[in-house]
Design a protein around this ligand. Structure first.
Ligand SMILES: Cc1cc2nc3c(=O)[nH]c(=O)nc-3n(C[C@H](O)[C@H](O)[C@H](O)COP(=O)(O)OP(=O)(O)OC[C@H]3O[C@@H](n4cnc5c(N)ncnc54)[C@H](O)[C@@H]3O)c2cc1C
Length: 125
């Protein structure tokens, strides 16, 4: 079992944990972040906003290509969509974002730890 001496303990490294860590860094608070999953970033990065936005972008490119005639371009004969390929590309987006998120953590001076903390009283995690 690990123990940390800090001012703020953040449970979960999702969008909310990230925002709190960014704020805490501005007050020079000694902060520890603890995430139970191997991947940092929470739902937004891995299942929600980021992958769904990437999927929507792929759909928009496809829809635009189908409407080429509207812009005076030749009709494009498009093959069927390989959804597995689209998903594979979209999966890479969170992974690339994660690299950026990691370097931001470093700039906050906060190193996330992996674990499943439990509360012991009001001042101990
Ligand atoms: C399909 C989809 C699309 C979305 N699109 C958008 C969008 O476009 N814009 C937008 O603003 N929002 C969007 N959202 C909502 C957004 O994903 C959530 O609002 C956001 O992820 C919430 O962040 P959070 O940090 O509160 O929680 P989470 O992202 O759930 O992060 C919580 C983290 O805490 C960890 N954790 C939980 N319990 C423990 C524990 N006991 N110990 C250690 N770690 C723990 C979890 O593993 C997780 O990493 C979307 C959601 C979905 C599902």
């Amino acid at each position: 079992m690990s123990s940390y001496d800090c001012d703020i303990g953040i449970v979960g490294v999702g969008a909310a944990g990230f925002a709190v860590a960014a704020g805490a860094a501005q007050f020079d608070a000694r902060t520890v972040l603890i995430e139970k999953r191997h991947q940092l970033g929470g739902d937004c990065l891995h299942f929600g906003c980021v992958p769904s936005t990437a999927l929507l972008r792929s759909a928009a490119v496809w829809a635009q290509a189908r409407r080429a005639r509207v812009s005076g371009l030749p009709l494009l004969m498009l093959p069927l969509v390989d959804l597995a390929a689209v998903m594979w590309i979209d999966k890479g987006v969170p992974e690339r974002r994660m690299a950026g998120v990691r370097s931001e953590w470093m700039s906050f001076g906060v190193a996330p730890a992996r674990g499943w903390p439990s509360a012991r009283g009001s001042t101990f995690l």
